[in-house]
Design a protein around this ligand. Structure first.
Ligand SMILES: Nc1ncnc2c1ncn2[C@@H]1O[C@H](COP(=O)(O)OP(=O)(O)OP(=O)(O)O)[C@@H](O)[C@H]1O
Ligand SMILES: [Mg+2]
Length: 1050
């Protein structure tokens, strides 16, 4: 209990729990810090004694209106303004800021089950959002209630919830801003101060929010209904015209007002002061103008469009300013030039049109002058038409800015928000109330149909027999109003259109004749004595589903006709004002068909709305106004009872309670109550359905009290559930008495739940991210061959990144390693650069590491490679063997030889076999190389000295033998001809010879045979043939025959 209030003493109590682990402490501190967590604990069931029930279906006496209102009152007093009727949210306007719409609150409701948290707008919003995402079904949220009940505030809060909690990208952010900013603009032009509400919406609004497959809002669309145009020219006492006029006068910049020809003083404009209250304490017109101005920019209005739109607003309030009577019989219009400029029309033509009516008599057009009353109504009709049509233009313009422009993706999901007037019953009800209440009849019909349908579907899905529900089907009233030929609207239209003296009274009489016998229709004439007392002779009464309403027929025909004289229409069609030009279409003039009446237009738009709503999964928010004085904390029971009745809440509840009061998924039910049965506590290991069956059997539920569906338990009466809940409370206490349980059970369960929640959220986040990545990846793959674009940039970056990462792991190990990962097409050039750089780098590091000796070795190997690679068969075998500086050490060379060499430095020595030139006898010799010559040594004798300068070349075979011939000039007397030698290290020996003698290019590798000079012009021949082993012998033909084995296949 230390968690509940967070008072100082309780915090002290917390501190004294020194044995509490830090984790537990953290949990408890969070609980203290957050009302929300407390709210989570506060289920409908446990909290019912303190603050009523949070779902009306749990009211024991669900048919009692008094019990219903008492529950509302209890909760309202505790600032609990939201209560459910099943999935319908009932909201009572608190008229104060409750701080329940913070970002923390939004987070708390995000992704959480409806019934796990206390009722809230956000729970409904989140539920719709999740259903849209998981079931891929479009949703709509219907908000209704009477003026001032909080519909618009609710719809704005829902929009904010989506703006904050839905994923966003740059484009999405722009759309979110536009969606949010559409509100101040529409409110400026469509809202006004009324007696009931300082910011009353004077039009119905349906807004679609479009979401892409990631759940991000990507577009929107608004439909407006029945703007109260009459307000432009008339306001009741204490009411104002639309906000925009006052905002413009108060907040408009000096030069703007000058351009518009406006003065700051509203008293100058009759249209603005009919209600005698141009200033309202709760409204700051000046700052509101700034907000609207900024919002128009965010939505995407150009400076030019804003200017033209303000022109029209200015024009709408201007006519009366300069419209006055000169004498009784003739009227004059003295209109400022600025008005013509604002409207973009010719002054003389407009003046003529405002004071004359065009009539066609015997095929001739005549201009008949209007009397004062007619001229005034023509003027008013013009103002209303201009304002009404430009309001629709404004909505269309906003729609264009909210439109989702990505043509490639049409498969968005939608959540619709309907903010529409609730049932209206005043002292005097006219055409407007008739339309509004007709609209509510239609919505009620939709509600009944959809609620029953979804109930029935749920029963079917769960395999539970459907029990028919008794309810009042208001289709009969809808038909009364809208039926073709026989309905009230048809009769009204007929009266409007028929020639002759049709009037409001003839309309009433026609009604009596046609629908007089209808059980939901009464007039003074048809009523019984009791009803007559409360009805006027010019009234008809409809018995709506929510109650009776008397409508006064005065003005019905005019309002339904909504006529603008043809000549005024003609003038407006010629307007040069860019917006008016779009609003008054010239085709209207040539179209012979009479435009639809207001009621027929409304009926058609409602039919369309019903179609839209029928295609979606609905959620409902029913708003209630607690008092008429806009005061916080005042609960006016009479007023509320009236609204409960007209909102049809009792009927809602009855339908919802017709079957079972409570239903929960098995896992949720079992989790909550498992401690009440030894078989299910602490854990049930079997099937969930069996667990629930075991549990309810143990609790002693009677068969008629519950049903087990496929995945849910249905409990018929709240009392069954409350008994279970009480048992749970007792059980908790008994568990609490055991210190082990206190420490191990409840806190442990709490922490487990908390931790599981964290883990689940993390997992969900990871899943979300993974799904996003996969989607981006697939899209990128599809677009991979195109230029870099937003669709493929992620994929291309990933391919590049992964190539670079792979390369990093698989770089060549050394200079000889030629492997290299295959690059993606986009990286071919870069990969080649990298490969070269990598090789250079490896070479450079390698070179840096080698010692001078090794360098020398490599240089010799390089030369050997140049001479022998791919030319001599035993070259490959020589590669891994290091070249040495000498093959003979000091002792192996005779000292006399060394002495004879004197200062000449020996560079290399190797034992060789010399073959005689004649008999090819093999003799062991030593070959010494110095800086200047090669010397053939026989023990202590220097047998032959060959100056490098005299060395013509060296011949060697391509086979694996070690024979080679040093060619010397044959005319040199000192030489006895070419020398035929054999070395066991022939590659090394000849490389050394080539280096020392600088004869790299003079080593000849021969195939087949080598010819050499024997002296005095004679020649010897060595024949080389491949064989199985090395054999050197004189052949019969006198040649030296060398057979050498093949070591390498070529
Ligand atoms: N949830 C709320 N919290 C605090 N104040 C609220 C709340 N809802 C409504 N209000 C107050 O009530 C006023 C009227 O609400 P709102 O404009 O939403 O009524 P409405 O139902 O749209 O009426 P109308 O049909 O006239 O447009 C608001 O201006 C605001 O001061
Ligand atoms: Mg509103």
């Amino acid at each position: 209990y230390c968690c509940q209030g967070g008072k100082p003493s309780e915090v002290v109590l917390l501190r004294s729990f020194t044995y509490i682990t830090p984790l537990l402490l953290l949990v408890l501190l969070q609980v203290v810090a957050s009302d929300g967590v407390r709210a989570m604990m506060e289920s409908a069931l446990t909290a019912r004694d303190r603050v009523g029930v949070q779902d009306f279906v749990l009211l024991e006496n669900h048919t009692s209106e008094a019990a219903f209102i008492e529950n509302l009152r209890k909760r309202f007093k505790e600032n609990l303004i939201y209560t459910y009727i099943g999935s319908v949210l009932v909201s009572v306007n608190p008229y104060k800021d409750l701080e329940i719409y913070t970002k923390n609150h939004m987070e708390r409701y995000r992704g959480v089950n409806f019934y796990e948290v206390s009722p809230h707008l956000y729970a409904v919003s989140d539920n719709s959002y999740r259903s849209m995402r998981t079931e891929r079904k479009d949703q709509c949220i219907l908000i209704s209630g009477e003026s001032g009940a909080g519909k618009t505030e609710a719809s704005k809060k829902i929009l904010q919830y989506y703006a904050v909690t839905c994923p966003a990208s740059e484009h999405v952010q722009t759309i979110k801003d536009r969606l949010l900013q559409s509100n101040p603009v529409l409110e400026a032009f469509g809202n006004a101060k009324t007696l009931r509400n300082d910011n009353s919406s004077r039009f119905g609004k349906y807004m679609d929010i479009q979401f892409d497959f990631k759940g991000a809002p990507v577009g929107g669309h608004i439909i407006n209904y029945l703007l109260e145009k009459s307000r432009v020219v008339h306001q009741n006492h204490g009411e104002r015209n639309f906000h925009i006029f006052y905002q413009l006068i108060e907040g408009g910049e000096e030069d703007l007002l000058r351009r518009l020809g406006l003065e700051r003083n509203p008293q100058q404009y009759q249209y603005l002061v009919k209600g005698n209250c141009p200033k309202v304490s709760s409204i700051n017109d000046r700052s509101d103008w700034k907000v609207v101005r900024k919002a128009l920019t965010v939505i995407g209005f150009s400076e030019d469009e804003v200017e033209v739109r303000t022109n029209i607003a200015a024009a709408c309030m201007t006519p009366t300013f300069h419209f006055f009577v000169r004498d009784e019989t003739r009227i004059h219009v003295d209109v400022l030039v600025v008005l013509f400029q604002l409207l973009g029309v010719n002054g003389t033509v407009l003046t003529e049109a405002l004071t004359h009516k065009k009539i066609i008599a015997k095929g001739e057009e005549l201009m008949s002058p209007l009397n004062l009353e007619q001229a005034s109504s023509a003027r008013d009709a013009l103002s209303k038409a201009v304002y009404g049509r430009t309001f629709t233009w404004l909505v269309n313009k906003i729609n264009a800015s909210l439109a989702y422009t990505d043509d490639s993706y049409k498969n968005w999901s939608v959540i619709g928000l309907l903010d529409i007037y609730g049932f209206e019953v005043f002292q005097n009800n006219s055409f407007e109330q008739f339309c509004i209440n007709y609209c509510n009849e239609k919505l009620q019909q939709l509600f009944i149909e959809l609620t029953l349908k979804s109930e029935q579907e749920e029963y079917e899905a769960e395999g539970i027999t459907w029990e028919p529900v008794q309810y009042f089907n208001n289709k009969i009233i809808c038909d009364l109003v809208e039926e073709k030929f026989k309905g009230i609207i048809s009769i009204l239209d007929e009266e409007c259109l028929r020639p002759g003296d049709a009037s409001d009274i003839t309309f009433l009489e026609k009604l009596e004749d046609t629908v007089g016998g209808h059980p939901h229709f009464v007039t003074h004439k048809l009523a019984d004595g009791k009803t007559r007392k409360v009805m006027g002779r010019d009234e008809f009464r409809l018995l709506h589903y929510a109650g009776e309403v008397n409508y006064n027929v005065n003005g019905f025909l005019d309002k339904n006709n909504d006529l603008l004289f043809r000549n005024l229409k003609e003038v407006m069609c010629m307007s040069e004002n860019k917006i008016l030009n779009q609003c008054f279409d010239r085709e209207e003039l040539t179209d012979k068909k009479r435009p639809d009446t207001a009621a027929t237009q409304f009926k058609a738009s409602l039919a369309k709305l019903m179609e839209i709503l029928m295609s979606k999964e609905p959620s409902y928010i029913r708003c209630i106004k607690p008092n008429d004085s806009k005061q916080a904390g005042r609960f006016d029971e009479v007023l509320i009872r009236h609204q409960v009745k007209y909102l049809g809440l009792m009927e809602n509840l009855r339908v919802r309670r017709a079957g079972f009061a409570y239903r929960r998924r098995y896992e949720v039910f079992l989790q909550r109550y498992k401690s009440l049965c030894p078989d299910t506590w602490p854990n049930w290991r079997g099937k969930l359905a069996d667990g629930v069956a075991t549990l309810v059997k143990h609790l002693g539920y009677k068969p008629e009290e519950y049903k087990l569906g496929r995945s849910k338990i249905f409990i018929r009466f709240p009392k069954t559930l409350f008994a279970t809940e009480d048992a749970l409370e007792t059980r908790k206490h008994s568990l609490g008495e055991s210190p082990q349980h206190v420490l191990l059970s409840l806190p442990t369960i709490g922490i487990q739940a908390w931790w599981r929640g964290i883990l689940a959220r993390r997992r969900a986040q990871r899943r979300r991210q993974a799904a996003d990545t996969i989607r981006r990846f697939i899209k990128g793959f599809i677009y991979r061959h195109q230029e870099r674009c937003p669709e493929n940039e992620y994929f291309l970056d990933y391919v590049r990144y992964s190539f670079l990462m792979k390369l990093r792991r698989n770089l060549p190990k050394n200079v000889l390693d030629k492997s290299w990962p295959t690059p993606p097409a986009a990286l071919t050039e870069a990969s080649e650069h990298l490969r070269k750089m990598c090789m250079q780098n490896m070479v450079w590091t390698y070179c840096k590491r080698i010692s001078p000796e090794w360098k020398h070795q490599m240089e010799q190997k390089m030369i050997a490679s140049e001479i022998f690679k791919d030319k001599k068969d035993n070259y490959p075998q020589s590669v891994p063997k290091l070249f040495v500086s000498t093959r003979l050490n000091g002792e192996e060379i005779n000292p006399k030889v060394l002495q004879a060499l004197g200062t000449e430095k020996m560079k290399y020595a190797v034992p060789v076999t010399k073959y005689d030139r004649k008999g090819y006898k093999a003799r062991p010799r030593q070959l010494l190389l110095t800086a200047n010559c090669a010397i053939i040594v026989e023990e202590a004798k220097l047998k032959q000295r060959i100056d490098y300068k005299a060395l013509k070349g060296v011949s060697v075979s391509s086979l694996s033998d070690g024979l080679f011939v040093l060619h010397v000039p044959s005319d040199d007397n000192k030489q006895k001809g070419d020398v035929v030698l054999q070395s066991d290290h022939v590659i090394e020996t000849l490389t050394k010879v080539a280096i020392c003698a600088d004869k790299i290019n003079n080593i000849n590798i021969n195939q087949g045979s080598i010819t050499f000079t024997v002296g005095q012009g004679k020649e010897g021949i060595i024949d080389f043939t491949p064989g199985s082993e090395l054999l050197v012998a004189k052949a019969k033909n006198g040649h030296l025959s060398v057979t050498a084995p093949r070591l390498n296949s070529r």
